[in-house]
Design a protein. Structure first.
Length: 95
């Protein structure tokens, strides 16, 4: 039997998050640091937000190259800067 081929050769999963919005936020943070990102998810989970057979289909895997993996993990583990909540509130338009 031939070896199983990776779904995304050359890439490493550095995090798995629930929901596309959370993944997009982390993707933006990494891309701002110059790290290209691929989001891998089941499309049905995004559309319906469903769970099947105990598998959360709304989970999104964040992938980067093997060379960027260590730096990407460090960036995602950094605490947010002081005052980030206030800045986010000021940047958001009132509805």
């Amino acid at each position: 039997m031939p070896p199983k081929q990776e779904r995304h050769p050359g890439l490493t999963v550095i995090a798995t998050v629930s929901g596309i919005m959370n993944a997009e936020i982390l993707k933006s943070k990494l891309e701002d640091a110059g790290i290209p990102v691929l989001l891998d998810y089941e499309s049905a989970g995004i559309v319906f937000g469903i769970t099947a057979s105990g598998l959360k289909l709304s989970q999104v895997r964040i992938l980067v190259t093997h060379d960027d993996a260590e730096l990407a993990e460090q960036i995602l583990n950094e605490p947010p800067p002081p005052g980030w909540e206030e800045q986010a509130t000021q940047a958001s338009p009132d509805t």
